[in-house]
Design a binder for this molecule. Structure first.
Ligand code: C2E
Ligand code: CA
Ligand code: CA
Ligand code: CA
Length: 274
């Protein structure tokens, strides 16, 4: 809410001032937290549907705030992207995730999420390469999860980054499939190896529309020779339904919540509350 002052300057009402201050304060806090290394990676299993064994672990970042406790990524990733802080944060995430993954059984892959801004800065490939070299992780164990919104701009630059990542053996995953404008056209224009159907469709499985989106996503993927993951599976019924529809990989609270590194591979998995 703003009003024009007598001299033409805009006067900010308390509500807006608070919002601006809030964003600035949060940015400063985030900047401090990156230096203080207040972030943690939690890992969630992705199962091979046929064997029901762990195929991949997805790294999901959390902020261990000294005052506010554990903060979910939805509350700081967007701000990190707007302020450019995603760059140092992502470098830490990719590096740390690769270091963690080398200690897992070699059959288990690592999935990391990457942001749109990392493609725009154009150094994602170098960041990934450095993490692989430092950790010694086999690039064939690395999956890069990209959401559709990443792809709207600068197609040729992204395509080049994708090709370079694929050339070293990494897997490209189209995340949140079905939530964008033209999911299908991304698959013909970019060399994805896998799609991950957004959890909103799994949660809405009882509705004919959601079931239809899942069925057509599976048909599309099979036609292109790529594999399909369903995320957000919370019940056996949902699992049976997506399994019968032909998905290859499954992820969700039914199989395990995201947990810190030191609890990931040692059962029983103690689950966090995010
Ligand atoms: P995403 O990549 O789609 O990750 C899946 C989200 O669904 C995670 O939330 C996960 O904890 C949650 N989830 C998993 N299984 C279930 C389930 O059965 N039911 C429900 N209701 N939720 C489930 P989280 O960890 O809060 O992450 C939210 C989003 O933040 C991620 O969505 C991703 O877009 C972003 N994010 C997380 N970590 C990173 C990161 O390291 N880098 C970047 N750039 N983004 C990240
Ligand atoms: Ca993801
Ligand atoms: Ca998702
Ligand atoms: Ca998401």
């Amino acid at each position: 809410v703003k009003a024009a002052g007598r001299d033409g300057h805009r006067l900010y009402q308390p509500a807006m001032l608070e919002a601006v201050k809030g964003e600035k304060a949060l940015e400063a806090d985030l900047r401090r937290a990156i230096t203080a290394r207040e972030f943690e990676l939690h890992y969630q299993p992705i199962l091979d549907v046929d064997t029901r064994t762990i195929h991949t672990a997805e790294a999901l970042v959390r902020w261990r705030h000294p005052v506010d406790g554990l903060i979910a990524p939805d509350r700081f990733i967007a701000l990190a992207e707007r302020t450019g802080l995603i760059q140092p944060l992502s470098e830490w995430i990719i590096q740390q995730a690769c270091l963690d993954a080398v200690s897992w059984p070699p059959g288990v892959q690592l999935a990391v999420n990457v942001s749109a801004t990392q493609f725009k800065r154009g150094n994602l490939f170098d960041v990934v390469m450095q993490a692989l070299l430092r950790s010694g992780l086999n690039p064939r164990r690395l999956q890069i999860e990209v959401t559709e919104t990443v792809l709207l701009e600068q197609q040729s630059e992204q395509l080049q980054t994708f090709r370079r990542l694929k050339a070293i053996g990494a897997t490209l995953v189209l995340d949140d499939f079905g939530t964008g404008f033209s999911s299908a056209s991304y698959l013909t224009n970019f060399p994805f190896d896998k799609i991950k159907i957004d959890k909103s469709f799994i949660q809405g499985l009882h509705r004919r529309e959601c079931a239809a989106v899942i069925a057509s996503a599976v048909a599309l993927a099979k036609g292109l020779g790529i594999s399909v993951t369903a995320e957000g599976i919370e019940t056996e019924t949902q699992f049976e339904d997506v399994r019968s529809m032909g998905i290859d990989f499954a992820q969700g609270y039914l199989f395990g919540r995201p947990v810190p590194y030191d609890r990931f591979m040692c059962p029983p998995m103690i689950q966090d509350d995010l």
